[in-house]
Design a protein around this ligand. Structure first.
Ligand SMILES: *Cc1c(COP(=O)(O)O)cnc(C)c1O
Length: 397
């Protein structure tokens, strides 16, 4: 069978692939510790689950408006006002089938063949394929570990061309955990806005911040920036609701309307029951969110301490999310028996097969020096996993 060229132009999500490999080892009886997963290890808070159960009992199982229930869109607009100081009307809001689908729709709605989208690296694995699937060209702009993997104005300036249509900004970042301050972000966003570039601000990890940091929503940094920003968020990470598949975004009305049109001809509405749950998540008590954040912060302190104590390992300090992204390139070129650890891919494979810890190679995020460890797992398993890592690295000669 001859498949479409667009399918050949992308790879399956590497993070999901690592997860699958780890799961098959586990199924074969191997005690694998997973640092691979990109989802909270907590359960969805009980009051949110109760809202979904109630929705089922009340027979709330028909179609909703294709772009989301009006009630939920209103709750999202209120959330943006309350938490981020952003004034969006409900016709500037759309509810999507997970946060991943928000950026996918945006690319579909924005790009013509050959349009460029700036993707600072390390990047979330799905950004470049989404650009490619929409006929666009991802322009990867590397950042530096010394800058905590944050984009600087000189590199951004060089990357902008007449064809630049959009840029992805993800703070807190998956995979690096880096968080932009208002001072760092404003000049970058202003330059984009002045050049008519749409800023896709992926704010999925908003409440998971460490060290007393305050969250900065890109669109809040100025009027012109607001006009050029799409603000993406969702319930997956904040409320431990990855499987429910609810994301949402707000931005310029014509763009949101275009996304709604595509959604109406592809998925139709996100699951009705999940929308009811998301409504309760956004409007109900928020104390569970803070409890999870506190637990993540404890784990971060521990795992960062362990990593930095290992010979040759450097690791910038994450300001948010639940990942660490240590530089393990000191081990590249070393061997285990006949196996040469050429880069992050070989190192991750070695760690999975010999040390039984699952990680995601940095090359998947556009930074081969590093390996991503998610700390969305218990302290006990993190401790055991770090022992295994230290041992595995020490065996490389
Ligand atoms: C997890 C994640 C999302 C969205 O996740 P969904 O499960 O699709 O809601 C978006 N952006 C980043 C950077 C993420 O890590």
């Amino acid at each position: 069978m001859e498949l479409a060229r667009r399918v050949m132009s992308i790879q399956p999500s590497p993070t999901l692939a690592v997860d699958a490999k780890a799961k098959s080892l586990k199924a074969a009886g191997v005690d694998v510790i997973s640092f691979g997963v990109g989802e909270p290890d907590f359960r969805t808070p009980a009051h949110i689950c109760a809202a979904a159960k109630e929705a089922i009992d009340q027979g709330f199982h028909g179609y909703t408006a294709a772009d989301g229930m009006p009630e939920l869109k209103k709750a999202v607009a209120e959330k943006f006002k309350r938490d981020n100081g952003l004034d969006y009307s409900t016709d500037q809001v759309i509810i999507n089938v997970g946060g991943k689908h928000s950026s996918y729709l945006l690319m579909q709605a924005l790009l013509n063949d050959g349009d460029e989208v700036i993707v600072p690296a390390p990047y979330w694995v799905s950004y470049p394929p989404m650009v490619i699937l929409a006929g666009g060209v991802p322009v990867i702009v590397p950042t530096r570990e010394a800058d905590d993997f944050k984009l600087n104005i000189a590199d951004l300036t060089k990357a902008i061309t007449k064809k630049t249509k959009a840029i992805f900004i993800n703070s807190p970042s998956n995979p690096t955990g880096s968080v932009y301050s208002a001072e760092e972000l404003r000049p970058l966003a202003q330059l984009c806005a002045d050049n008519g570039i749409i800023i896709v601000s992926d704010e999925m990890y908003e409440p998971i911040l460490f060290g007393g940091r305050k969250f900065v929503s890109t669109a809040s940094l100025g009027d012109k920036i607001f006009q050029h920003t799409c603000t993406l968020n969702g319930v997956s990470k904040a409320y431990a609701m990855t499987g429910w598949r609810i994301g949402y975004m707000a931005g310029p009305a014509p763009l949101i309307k275009a996304c709604a049109k595509i959604q109406s001809q592809s998925t139709s509405n996100p699951t009705s029951i999940s929308q009811k749950a998301a409504l309760t998540a956004l409007t109900g008590p928020q104390d569970e969110v803070e409890k999870m954040r506190v637990e993540f912060e404890k784990r971060l302190a521990y795992i960062l301490g362990r990593l930095r104590a290992m010979p040759g390992v450097t690791c910038s300090e994450p300001g948010g999310a639940f990942y660490v992204f240590p530089n393990l390139s000191a081990y590249f070129g070393k061997k285990f028996g006949d196996t040469v650890i050429a880069g992050s891919l070989e190192l991750s494979d070695y760690l999975l097969e010999h040390s039984h810890i699952a990680t995601v190679p940095g090359v998947a995020f556009g930074e081969d020096s590093c390996v991503r460890f998610s700390f969305a797992t218990s302290m006990e398993l993190i401790a055991k996993g770090m022992d295994r890592l230290a041992d595995g690295l020490a065996k490389l000669k």
